[in-house]
Design a protein around this ligand. Structure first.
Ligand SMILES: Nc1ncnc2c1ncn2[C@@H]1O[C@H](COP(=O)(O)OP(=O)(O)O)[C@@H](O)[C@H]1O
Ligand SMILES: [Mg+2]
Length: 371
C-alpha cells in the first residue's frame, strides 16, 4: 500500500481563483484520511487529482517513490495505472445487471480468469454482507444494499487506495450511521488507504485517522480528528468542528506575569496558558470556550437561561451573561426553566486563546473568573 504525497499542488480552472492552492500533504499507508471543508473548497478537485481524473496546474504527486504526476517533468500517469478505486457520490449500478454481474464486469474487462473472478466475487460479497443478494437486480435492493454493492464493485479489483467522494450523502440518517460503522470496519479489514471527501464534520470526526480541513483551496490543519477538535489552529478550524459549535468571546487582554487578564465586557477572567507564549502587553483576543466546558455550578457567574433543549442524553443551553451569550452542554436528562437564573463556571485547561487580528490559536489554557 503506498504513501501518497502531494507536493505544492495547485489547480486553477480557467482564469478564476485557485480551486486548490499550493497543497502539501502526505497520506500514509493504511490511513483513513478525510478531506473536509465547506462546499466549493476544493475537496473533489483534490481527490480527482490523486486519481488522475483531473490534471493539476502545478506540483507533483507521488505514490511511494513513484512520481505519478509532475508538471515540470511532464509526467502524468493515467488513472488505470494508479491502482485506485473510486467511489462517487452518485454511484450508478448497472440496472440491467445482477449484483454478481455488476461486480464481476470490471474484473472481466481486466481479463481476470473465470475462477479468480468467481472466488473474488464470493469473497467481496461476504465482506460487504450482500451474499444473499448476488442474483438480484439493483431495483430489488434497498438504498443501503445498493450502496454496499457499489462499494463491493469498487473494492473487487483490490485497489491499494480507495477514494470516496461523499459516498453516504444520498442515504438517510439511520443508514448513514450504519454505513459509517461498516466503512470503518472495511478499512480495518482491507488494509487499504482510504481518502474520503465529506463536508460533514461529524462524519470526518468519527471515521478518520486524520482530517485535512480545507478553506477556499487552502489547507488549514491536517491532524487526527480529536486534535483538530481540541487544538484548532485558528478560529475557522475551531468553528467548523463540533456541534453545538465553540463559543467565541471577544476580549481585551493585559499581560500579568505568565497570565493574561481578559476583559470580556460582561465578566473578567484570568487566562493561564498551558505553554509559555509571547504576547504584547495589551492585545485584542478571542476566547474560545467549548460548550461542554461551561459548567453549571453553585458558585460563579450569574447567567440567564435563554433556551434549554434537552435531548435525553444531554441538554443544550443558551446562556446570557450580561451581553455575552454562551452555549453550554449539560450531560444527563436535565431541564432548565426558560428565563431562570443559574450560575456557571469554568474548569480544566482546554480553553483556547486566539489572536483576534490573525485568528490564529495562541495557546490552550485554564480560566479563572475574577469579576
Ligand atoms: N470543471 C470545473 N470547471 C471550473 N471550475 C470548477 C470545475 N470543477 C470545480 N470547479 C471550481 O473549483 C472549486 C472547487 O470545487 P470542488 O473541488 O468541486 O469543491 P468541493 O468538492 O469542496 O465542494 C469551486 O469553486 C468550483 O466551482
Ligand atoms: Mg465535492
Amino acid at each position: 500500500m503506498p504513501n501518497i504525497k502531494l507536493v505544492n499542488i495547485t489547480k486553477q480552472f480557467g482564469k478564476g481563483s485557485l480551486a486548490v492552492d499550493n497543497l502539501n500533504m502526505e497520506i500514509r499507508n493504511n490511513e483513513f484520511v478525510s478531506l473536509l471543508g465547506p462546499s466549493g473548497c476544493g475537496k473533489t478537485t483534490t481527490l480527482r487529482m490523486i486519481a488522475g481524473l483531473e490534471t493539476p496546474t502545478e506540483g507533483e504527486i507521488y505514490f511511494d517513490d513513484v512520481c505519478v504526476f509532475s508538471d515540470e517533468k511532464g509526467i502524468n500517469l493515467s488513472p488505470d495505472k494508479r491502482n485506485i478505486g473510486f467511489l462517487f457520490q452518485n454511484y450508478a449500478l448497472w440496472p440491467h445487471m445482477t449484483v454478481r454481474k455488476n461486480i464481476s464486469f470490471g474484473l472481466e474487462n481486466m481479463k481476470w480468469s473465470k475462477e479468480d473472478i468467481e472466488k473474488r466475487v464470493d469473497e467481496i460479497c461476504q465482506t460487504m454482507r450482500i451474499e444473499e443478494y448476488k442474483d438480484r437486480y439493483p431495483a430489488e435492493l434497498s438504498g443501503g444494499q445498493q450502496q454496499r454493492v457499489a462499494i463491493a464493485r469498487t473494492l473487487a479489483p483490490n485497489p491499494n487506495v480507495l477514494l470516496m467522494d461523499e459516498p453516504l450523502s444520498n442515504l438517510d440518517a439511520k443508514l448513514r450511521n450504519d454505513m459509517r460503522a461498516e466503512l470503518k470496519r472495511l478499512h480495518l479489514n482491507t488494509g487499504s488507504t482510504f481518502v474520503y471527501v465529506t463536508h460533514d464534520q461529524s462524519e470526518a470526526m468519527t471515521l478518520s485517522t486524520k482530517v485535512a480541513l480545507i478553506k477556499e483551496g487552502v489547507l488549514q490543519q491536517y491532524c487526527p480528528p480529536l486534535e483538530l477538535y481540541g487544538e484548532p489552529a485558528n478560529i475557522f478550524c475551531a468553528d467548523f468542528m463540533g456541534n453545538p459549535s465553540m463559543n467565541f468571546v471577544d476580549c481585551r487582554g493585559v499581560k500579568k506575569g505568565d497570565k493574561i487578564l481578559l476583559d470580556c465586557k460582561s465578566f473578567k477572567c484570568e487566562f493561564t496558558p498551558n505553554d509559555k507564549i509571547e504576547v504584547p502587553e495589551e492585545n485584542e483576543y478571542v476566547l474560545g470556550i467549548r460548550p461542554e466546558f461551561v459548567n453549571i455550578t453553585d458558585k460563579g457567574l450569574k447567567a440567564t437561561v435563554i433556551s434549554s433543549l434537552p435531548s435525553g442524553m444531554e441538554t443544550t443551553l443558551s446562556l446570557a451573561i450580561g451581553d455575552v451569550n454562551l452555549s453550554a452542554v449539560v450531560f444527563g436528562s436535565v431541564d432548565f426553566a426558560m428565563d431562570s437564573e443559574v450560575t456557571c463556571n469554568f474548569s480544566g485547561d482546554r480553553y483556547v486563546l486566539f489572536d483576534k487580528a490573525s485568528t490564529k490559536m495562541l495557546s490552550l489554557g485554564s480560566l479563572k473568573v475574577t469579576d
